[in-house]
Structure formats: C-alpha cells, structure tokens
Design a protein around this ligand. Structure first.
Ligand SMILES: [Zn+2]
Ligand SMILES: [Zn+2]
Length: 179
C-alpha cells in the first residue's frame, strides 16, 4: 500500500465524504461498511470523488435529504445555537468538572471536546442520526469552516487544568494509527 502525502481536500469534499460514511457503499465493486471510505475495484482508496455516487445518494436518502441534494451540506452541522441537541452528549470532566461533549472520531474513538465553541477551534461537530461525531480539520479546512460561519470546538485537553492526569502526550500517541 502506498501512502502518499496528498494535499488537504477541500472542506466540502471532506464533509461530503463524512456524509457518505454514514451508510455502507452499495457499489458492487466497493461495498465498504459504515465508517470506511470507498475503495476502487483494485482496493485502493477512491480518489477524486469523495465516495461512489450511489453511496452519496443513499446517505442523502438516509438523512432525509431530497434528491438532487441542495447545495447546503447534507450533514447536519452542530450549531452553537442549538444547545438542546448537544445536551445529552454532555458530561462534566471527571477531573475539572467543566462541561464537555463526547464525540466519536473517524477512528471511532471517543474524544472529549469543550462544550463551548472557540474562535481558534479545529474540531467540527456533526450529528449523525443520534451520534455526535468530531472531525479534526486541517488548517485550511478550519479556515474554510470559519468563513462559512461554522462553530469550531477544541479538544478538552487544551483547556483542562488536569490534562496531564488523563491525556497521554501527543508524542506517544502520534504514531498510534494501527487498527
Ligand atoms: Zn464505494
Ligand atoms: Zn477537565
């Protein structure tokens, strides 16, 4: 498997892919399960489109989006103006008692996120059915999200005064990309 450094995809591409990952791919050459990005017939990750077209259509249907989809992002982006949708994801930090949201990352790990958005955040929260998902954005994606007026959040380790008690240093986790 070649692992080439690709340029950061646009925010829209990334959001479309996240949206597609909410359903399995129906494409007979792909059939990737929920959460796994589309692959080509040769097993390589799909390049170009964010997912197979019929998968995007299925994801739109599952989300109740009429087809053809409107230009707005089909995934419901969590907005700070809708606190009631976030309430049941919220728990106090067991170390500092600050309100935090627990969201799942693409690797299906739980990530604690400060409950309030911040101006320099890099985590985009989306609601997928009843699940809160956290997407960690690259610098350009975060800038694009801010340009759209989206609220961005940050990992609770940035603000927790007791982060050293529960958060392993980035040095030890950086290479933990094994499944
Ligand atoms: Zn596919
Ligand atoms: Zn804390």
């Amino acid at each position: 498997m070649t692992r080439t450094q690709r340029t950061e995809p646009s925010l829209q591409w990334w959001m479309d892919q996240q949206h597609a990952l909410t359903v399995p791919c129906p494409d007979p050459t792909c059939r990737q399960p929920v959460g796994e990005p589309c692959v080509r017939a040769d097993g390589q990750l799909l390049t170009g489109p964010p997912a197979h077209g019929n998968r995007l259509r299925d994801a739109d249907r599952a989300a109740g989006v009429p087809h053809p989809a409107p230009p707005a992002p089909a995934r419901k982006v969590v907005d700070a103006m809708e606190p009631e949708r976030l309430d049941h994801h919220q728990r106090p930090c067991s170390h500092c008692r600050a309100p935090i949201l627990w969201a799942r990352t693409d690797g299906d790990r739980l990530m604690p996120v400060d409950a309030d958005p911040v101006a320099d955040g890099n985590v985009l929260l989306t609601v997928e059915r009843d699940h809160l998902r956290a997407g960690v954005l690259g610098v350009n994606q975060a800038a694009g999200a801010r340009d759209r007026g989206l609220s961005l959040y940050r990992h609770h380790k940035v603000s927790c005064p007791h982060a050293d008690r529960w958060c392993r240093s980035p040095r030890t986790t950086r290479r933990s990309t094994r499944r």
